[in-house]
Structures are given as structure tokens and as C-alpha cells.
Design a protein around this ligand. Sequence first.
Ligand code: ATP
Length: 285
Amino acid sequence: MSIKFEKVDYIYSPGTTMEKKGLDNVSFELADNKFIALIGHTGSGKSTLMQHFNALLKPSKGSIDIAGYHITPQTSNKNLKELRKRVSLVFQFPEAQLFENTVLEDIEFGPKNFGATEKEAKTKALEWLSKVGLSEEIATKSPFELSGGQMRRVAIAGVMVNEPQVLCLDEPAAGLDPRSRKEMMKLFLNYQKVGHTVILVTHNMDDVAEFADDVLVMEHGQLIKHDKPENIFKDKNWLEKHYLMEPTPSRFASELANYNFAQNPLTLDQLVDGIKENLKGEFDE
Ligand SMILES: Nc1ncnc2c1ncn2[C@@H]1O[C@H](COP(=O)(O)OP(=O)(O)OP(=O)(O)O)[C@@H](O)[C@H]1O
């Protein structure tokens, strides 16, 4: 069951002086269970696009097929509960939306809302508390007693506990320390690997290179490219023209003028392999 956008337009405040096209004729199809990066400079339409994945915004024109739903401008807001269970959005700084008295209650909220018993909800919540790297001891604490990074993990556990088929994340690791950031990205990658679609809105090209199977590039509300990372990062002039950066390893490699790389290294591992290849023989007896 792939995700399909067909000629989707979205207009903010239609018919007013504030009218603004948020999406302009966007069409694409995504295969299931992939890790998708959604990139583009600020104001290009990434958040607008993301909010269409679970019909938080509905197209002004065109249609969307996702998780068994066919969404058009006429789709009613009723009966979208199951869609919201299958497709979850995590906005920037999701910790701002914590509201229960304890960490456990916050994570249990989703399962209970979707019909789980007290016992099932508690078991699942504790399972996800551990999956996001938090100890059971904090389950009874107020979310507001936690550090910013811990609050973020609780908020993300509160979404992932519902095990959505499609998990859409808007800069989920922004502001986290490097280790937490890495753990968080690993959590999402593992989630994708066990059979879910992950859609990541990011400005971090190193994450795109390392994790994405496919990349969607937005500009002025239009989808200007949909391709694999190696093709996205192939043409430096194109990247510059669209205010995008190369991943750090490939920038580093271009500084090594005397080295030949069989492929443009996009990840640290590829860079190390490429350098080793170039140094082959140098240190032999
Ligand atoms: N509620 C709104 N009303 C009117 N225009 C809006 C609204 N929300 C977004 N826009 C406009 O739609 C365009 C796309 O915005 P969007 O938030 O989708 O961009 P983005 O790529 O997610 O940006 P960023 O990287 O800064 O988060 C921008 O020009 C923005 O000003």
C-alpha cells in the first residue's frame, strides 16, 4: 500500500488578501517501509506537505492515497481517527505537548484513546519508555521534572507507542546533544527496518545521506526532485542553486584534491573507506 500524492495544491487562507499557495501541483509515490527524507530551504513547504500525510491539512486540489484512505478536498473530518492512528506526525519540540501528571500517563494516553485496556496500555507504555532509552524509575515522575532531552523522548514514546504504519517527524533531533541525537536517529531507523515508513523533515544533510532511501526536495511549494541520496548530492551546482548543502563527508572529500574516490563519499564510513583505498600501499613494508 504505497503513499501516492496526485497533483496536490494547498492554498492558505483562500479568497482573502492573505491567500498563499503552500503546495503547488505536488505528485509523487513512495514505496512502503522506506526511510524518506523531506528537505528544502526554510518556507519551501515541508511542514505543509507533512500535515497532508494524516489529513491535518486536506488538499485544496488533487488527491492523496495513504494507509488505505483516499483523501480529496471533499473528505470529511469524520472517520479520520483510524488514519491518525496509522499515520502519526511528530512536530518540532513535541515535548511542548506533554500534558499528563506522570510520564506513564502521558505515554498511555494514545493506547487508551485507541481502545487498549489499562493493563495493555501500561505494558506498552513501559515497553516504549525503555525503547526510547529511559528507565522505568521515571515512569511515576511528572514530565515537567525531566530534562529537555528526556521530555523529548517521552513525547516521542507517546507517539511511537501507537506503532503507526507511517511515522512523520519534523526535525525530531533538533537541539539534542550529539549522543542523544544519534540514539534518536537509530531508534527511527530501527523502527523503519521492522516494517514501517519513516518520513523525516530535516535540514541535516549528514542524516539524509546516512539514513534516507529516498529524498523529496521542496521549493516554493513544489516538489523539485524525488531521488536517491546519491543522485541528489551528485551535482554541486544544482545543490548550490537550491540553497542545499552537501553532506560533510563529501565536502571533506572535495578538499582532498589529490585523492581519487570511486564514489562520492556521503557518509563517514564511505569517506574512511575511500581514504583507506587512496592510502593503500603507502604504509606497506
Ligand atoms: N498558517 C499559514 N498561513 C499562511 N501561510 C502559511 C501558513 N503556514 C505556512 N505558510 C506559508 O507557506 C509556505 C510554506 O511553509 P512551511 O511551514 O510548509 O515551510 P517549511 O519548508 O516547513 O519551512 P521551515 O523549514 O522554516 O519549517 C511559507 O511561505 C509559509 O510562510
